[in-house]
Design a binder for this molecule. Structure first.
Ligand code: X2X
Length: 335
């Protein structure tokens, strides 16, 4: 009996001590990104790290590992690595995490979001909350949204303003299955590869085209690898998610969880505003470099929408009928 009581007392003492044990933080937390500081994406991560350091007075230190180097460049493995705790934190793209979180494919549905207000209508509303719940369910704690941006199509062959122009065109896409379906539906010949392999493949001509936001096209100097034609079709936009591995998240005190979250929200808002504000200037720069930029007429746009309907049929059940409907309603009622 006495023994049992001693044991109970010891167990209680341990439980009381556990908040102290929680306070023992790692000397440094890893933060994974795909794009480094020269891009808005990398700047979003930089800002988060800086705000956390400042607000925690140096108690919480984070170190950024860009180019998906923590997963040897294989960006679609980033989420799993975070879930298992191999990576502590990340600022990641919805595209790269969608193989593990099917709900994130919502943002990749072609021509779902016509403008920035539509992105915000999803991320800042109920649909955004539902997406975050889906991320959380899979062992990663999402904190805030950022933005990689509307993705535009470039190629080395010809002007593209109708689906027929894409016939047989070899297009590099991210390693997320929905993209394979979108480009196949358009008659193109999509090839999945990581960002690390994309520029070399464009350089050698292994692929004819790619799709990425204007900021990525500009900073990575995609014009220098023969990409002379760019179509501003804005067929999808990938938000960024600031997140922490839930295993790691639980080690922080509630106050520090709040600090990390608020810093992520502030960094995200700062980056979204900045990257949108830079778009016009970026476009001008790209044109100055001699890239032929094509905008679609409403009729041309409609032809692309029409050609990609099969993607909705296949992917809506996987994403969730309710979530897609919720997002569509939010977009219809956007400000
Ligand atoms: O690989 C890409 O195209 C990039 C950099 O935009 C993403 O990581 C989604």
């Amino acid at each position: 009996m006495l023994k049992r009581r001693t044991f109970m007392a010891a167990a209680t003492a341990c439980m009381l001590l556990s908040p102290l044990a929680q306070a023992e933080y790692k000397s440094e937390y890893t933060v994974s990104t795909v794009l480094p500081s020269a891009f808005p994406w990398g700047q979003a991560a930089d800002k988060w790290v800086e705000l956390v350091k400042e607000r925690s007075e140096g108690r919480i230190n984070m170190k950024i590992y860009s180019s998906a180097q923590l997963v040897s460049g294989d960006q679609t493995k980033e989420f799993s690595a975070m879930r298992s705790g191999l990576i502590d934190m990340a600022v990641g793209s919805t595209i790269n995490w969608s193989p593990q979180v099917p709900e994130l494919n919502l943002f990749s549905l072609p021509f779902l979001m016509p403008d920035h207000a539509a992105i915000d209508a999803i991320t800042q509303g109920e649909a955004g909350k539902a997406v975050f719940k889906a991320v959380e369910k899979r062992g990663v704690t999402p904190l805030a949204w950022g933005e990689n941006g509307f993705r535009q199509l470039s190629n080395s062959k010809q002007k593209v303003d109708e689906p027929a122009d894409l016939a047989g065109m070899k297009v590099r896409v991210v390693g997320s299955p929905l993209f394979q379906d979108t480009f196949t539906a358009l008659g193109a010949n999509p090839t999945q590869m990581s960002w690390a392999d994309a520029k070399p493949a464009l350089t050698t001509g292994a692929v004819d085209g790619q799709e990425n936001p204007l900021s990525v096209f500009d900073v990575a100097r995609i014009d220098q690898v023969g990409q002379k034609h760019l179509t501003r079709w804005g067929y999808m936009a990938d938000p960024l998610v600031f997140a922490v591995s839930t295993r790691v998240w639980r080690q922080f005190s509630p106050e520090d969880q709040q600090l990390l979250k608020q810093a992520a929200i502030d960094a995200g808002q700062w980056e979204i505003k900045k990257s949108r504000a830079e778009l016009d200037e970026t476009l001008a720069k790209i044109k100055e470099r001699g890239v032929e930029v094509t905008d679609l007429t409403p009729e041309q746009h409609a032809a692309f929408v029409e050609a990609t309907q099969s993607v909705y049929e296949k992917w809506t059940p996987r994403i969730g009928e309710d979530l897609v409907k919720q997002a569509q309603d939010a977009i219809a009622n956007r400000k």
